[in-house]
Design a protein around this ligand. Sequence first.
Ligand code: E4P
Length: 213
Amino acid sequence: MKIFIDTANIEEIKEISSWGILQGVTTNPSLLAKEGVKIQDVITQICDLVDGPISAEVISMNSEDMVMEARQLAKMHKNVVIKIPMCEEGLKAVNCLSSEGIRTNVTLIFSVHQAMLAAAAGADFVSPFVGRLDDIGSDGIQIIKDMAEVFRIYEIKTQIIGASIRNLTHVLDCAKAGAHIATIPYKVIKQMVNHPLTDVGIDKFLQDYNKSK
Ligand code: E4P
């Protein structure tokens, strides 16, 4: 499973990408608002930091405007992937963009049915929101398992991005469920590095080395 970061914070992207483990970035209007920036202001900087799919979301609500917005964003860098919200107009936009060779990531996916439609329209990626499903008492990971099974049976090439990841358990469960990618917040990627026994082990090795000098 590939690891993407879910943020619009340049410092976070810089730090995690310096580890050499990052294969893509997802942003959304809320993450951009948190940083007080617009996607057009940061997209080139992000693309310079990470060589992989960089999702930039449209904010229009009709397909013609979505397509126009998407074309502008796609022009900015070859790695830009257009994030389109799951809705009827969104499906039309995905279909049109796919015929133009512009890659899309259909976001706000909460069911396998939605993912099947997005894939049929030509989406390159679908983003099921695990955490938000768990929040309402549904099983977000089960949706990913079912989606991965259906995509496997029908050899659907659309890649599943486990999104709305809140904790380490979500990351592991996405991997086991067959998500191709997990887009993970900075804080959770940092938690993936650590284990108390690793810290104890490093301390002990250093102490023993110093004793033997
Ligand atoms: C996905 O691409 C979204 O940006 C994101 O994962 C949403 O997560 P949230 O539910 O924590 O807002």
